[in-house]
Design a protein around this ligand. Sequence first.
Ligand SMILES: Cc1cc2nc3c(=O)[nH]c(=O)nc-3n(C[C@H](O)[C@H](O)[C@H](O)COP(=O)(O)OP(=O)(O)OC[C@H]3O[C@@H](n4cnc5c(N)ncnc54)[C@H](O)[C@@H]3O)c2cc1C
Length: 389
Amino acid sequence: MSDINPHAEQHSALRRPVRELCRQFDSHYWQQVEEQRTYPEAFVRALTEAGWLAALIPEEYGGAGLSVTEASVILEEINRSGANSGACHAQMYIMGALLRHGSPEQKQTYLPRIASGELRLQSFAVTEPSTGTDTTKTKTFARRKGDCYVVHGQKVFISRVQHSDLMLLLARTTPLAEVRKKTEGLSIFLVELQQAIGRWLTVRPIRNMVNQETNELFFDNLEIPFENLIGAEGQGFRYILDGMNAERILIAAECIGDGYWFIDKARAYANERVVFDRPIGQNQGIQFPIARAYANVRAADLMRYAAAQLFDAGQPCGAEANMAKLLAADASWEAANVCLQTHGGFGFAAEYDVERKFRETRLYQVAPISTNLILAFLSEHVLGLPRSY
Ligand SMILES: Cc1cc2nc3c(=O)[nH]c(=O)nc-3n(C[C@H](O)[C@H](O)[C@H](O)COP(=O)(O)OP(=O)(O)OC[C@H]3O[C@@H](n4cnc5c(N)ncnc54)[C@H](O)[C@@H]3O)c2cc1C
């Protein structure tokens, strides 16, 4: 049967090797990782060694210097294979802050080592327990003291800390009460994790619905050298916003990969499972939901390419990037539901992988940005409706 993704032959120089690599990490591998609730270390190492996680690092620093469109194809193929990019995707989109706002020295110090796999930059610490999505109310504070900053505060749901060497941290450097605009007075830092953990940084894992290792973090007077401040003090919120379009597009592509995976899985099962002496897929009650979910994945995929092309052309793409993330997350979630329903009871059996992917793709309705916040962005910034929060 031909590929249900009409773009399957585009970017084939990327798609083929990523598919081949992912083939080595089959259903059995992911089930073991899930059962043991471990980190897919071998998978992430293989991706790193093949250079895929350095896709967005410019060639002069040892990366592949690819576009966001191409990087999105890599993540799409990973999820399409049944794997989970969530273990390592952040390295691609966190990189943007360092690339765009890092000093030449910072780039020279870190980027070649990240590109070679010597260092991992897979953690970013933005969310806080008491402020949630209201990021400008960030309470974690970095106080300047001589040639360093001293950080005190708390973060929540910070992923991959145990598997990363570096973490991007957002903290207040000027109290909210003292800034002209609430978006000012926030700064971003690169934290060298291994030196900090267990001393000035306590990490408490949060057991959760997916096998994504995520944590509560407690900063107790952690000293960060001044040279690890990225860009200008007080401009960190703007730098985080700058990276959001790329993040939205890359996450949309993961959802598209998931969507096609669910549709493939559902149509295969609907063709082969015989009940009442005929394949269940012969019933319109089974085939129509699969067809509808497929149409929605295809439509979302078009928005993802539209957003990625604008991004790569250096044009404004906030609306398209947000819509791509929204539509792709909805489409993958619909496809997940349809796939589970098509499998009946077997959809609940871990060995079919459907229930695992179902849980994994559900996350994209909430993280890294929740659906409501995207709708609020579109309402206010695209449709000119009153700000709702
Ligand atoms: C597995 C996992 C991994 C994560 N990894 C990271 C990470 O590595 N780094 C990191 O910084 N964060 C991470 N997060 C956090 C994630 O980004 C947040 O959970 C998400 O942004 C939502 O924030 P919140 O949980 O505080 O929800 P809240 O802000 O408390 O919101 C709760 C609900 O209310 C809705 N809501 C809030 N305000 C409004 C409004 N004005 N209008 C309409 N609806 C509203 C939200 O959409 C949401 O559905 C992770 C989360 C999970 C679950």
